[in-house]
Design a protein around this ligand. Structure first.
Ligand code: F6P
Length: 383
């Protein structure tokens, strides 16, 4: 397997995508195939429907430079994906990885002649990938999530496209809000972190941003709406992350059993209307943030991650994930990649900038400057 002194030559590698889809997945697949086949002369097998494709009657597809032609701008993943399945079960409302069928998967990889894996996914998928590594199978992870909440990497592809879509939605809501003198509430994704809401809120000129890291009060929202009214702005745009919390309350789920967040936007709309006596409307952006073509940045990042993942495999690295750090792609241990979630720093630069330009986070007793001590913060301990 050792080819020359400089790199390992796997004859055939496998690639799969897991978790929620994200714009840029196909760009990463294309880059993996072009690098593996074109640069290193390996064969590439696409494993369909995440790890499910290597269980039971396996379902895989041979990938060639020709078969990935034209993929760069395409949304979704040509390999299919799953964010539940045989490896992840919901137990008592929490994702659980009971008795993963690793032995069966390893036996099938052997039958298929796949000697190493490139696994593209978020926290859950990469945690499964780590189990393969622990069993001695060569794996390199590629991070993916529109939420941008993996601590080991500064950015994940999909995030910038999601912000573009949420920003455009805010731009569009602006004109209808202003025309009707309404409060418009846009609910965005982001699970337990407020990155999409914060970035899109800044780029799309939201007046109030509600994120999980800064619990909000309805009274503070009403005060901001009223102060805008007094200064002549008779409409207000609010962006709320799906995991945002009202002080003293917990997250809202559209499906508690499956732990699918959602409903916060609708739940605050009527209460804001009651408090402010202004007509209010809610828009849930949902999966529009994940579907469709990746923007230029996500095509570039997906491509760079994909190519770097294959180079890492070829240079003998195992059990690592490619990550963007200080603008360069590096590799970090998979274990590091899975354990730490990156939350918005409540006293960080972007939050401060937002406040300085007059955006409210509707924290109780929100003050103009140095307010971080005035609100409760919720953080997973990672900067
Ligand atoms: O992880 C990305 C994400 O978009 C979350 O923000 C969201 O809660 C979740 O996926 C929803 O995914 P699905 O509808 O596929 O279960």
């Amino acid at each position: 397997m050792l080819h020359g002194l400089d790199f390992y030559m796997y004859k055939q590698i496998g690639i799969l995508t897991g978790g929620g889809d994200a714009p840029g997945l196909n760009a990463a697949i294309r880059a993996v195939v072009r690098t593996a086949v074109g640069e290193f002369g390996m064969s590439c097998i696409g494993i369909e429907d995440s790890f499910e494709g290597i269980l039971g009657e396996t379902h895989t597809v041979k990938l060639t430079t020709r078969s990935v032609s034209g993929l760069l701008p395409r949304g979704g993943t040509i390999l299919g994906t799953r964010n539940r399945g045989s490896f992840v079960k919901m137990v008592d409302g929490k994702p659980n990885f009971p008795q993963m069928p690793i032995s069966e998967a390893l036996a099938n990889l052997d039958i298929l002649g796949i000697e190493a894996l490139v696994v593209i996914g978020g926290e859950g998928t990469l945690a499964i990938a780590e189990e393969f590594h622990k069993r001695g199978f060569p794996v390199i992870g590629v991070p993916k999530t529109i939420d941008n909440d993996l601590a080991a990497t500064e950015l994940t592809f999909g995030f910038m496209t999601a912000i573009d879509i949420a920003t455009e939605a805010l731009d569009r809501l602006h004109t209808t809000a202003a025309s009707h003198d309404r409060v418009m509430i846009l609910e965005v994704m982001g699970r337990n972190t407020g990155w999409i809401a914060l970035h899109a809120g800044l780029a799309g000129s939201a007046d109030i941003i509600l994120i999980p890291e800064i619990p909000f009060s309805l009274e503070s929202i009403a005060k901001k709406v009223e102060s805008r009214e007094r200064s002549g702005s008779r409409f207000t745009n609010i962006v709320v992350a799906e995991g945002a919390l009202e002080v003293g309350k917990s997250e809202l789920y559209q499906d508690q059993k499956e732990m699918r967040l959602g409903g916060i936007g609708v739940s605050i709309t009527s209460r804001i209307e009651e408090l402010t006596r202004k007509e209010s409307r809610c828009v849930v952006l949902g999966h529009l943030q994940r579907g469709g073509s990746p923007n230029a940045f996500d095509r570039m990042l997906g491509t760079n991650f994909g190519a770097c993942a294959v180079r890492a495999l070829a240079s003998g690295e195992k059990g690592k994930m490619v990550a963007l750090q200080a603008g360069t792609v590096v590799t970090v241990p998979l274990s590091e990649a899975c354990t730490n979630i990156k939350t918005v720093q409540v006293d960080g630069q972007l939050v401060r900038t937002a406040r300085d330009i007059g955006i409210s986070f509707a924290a109780p007793k929100e003050a103009k400057h140095g307010e971080s001590s005035l609100y409760e913060s919720r953080s997973n301990g990672v900067k």
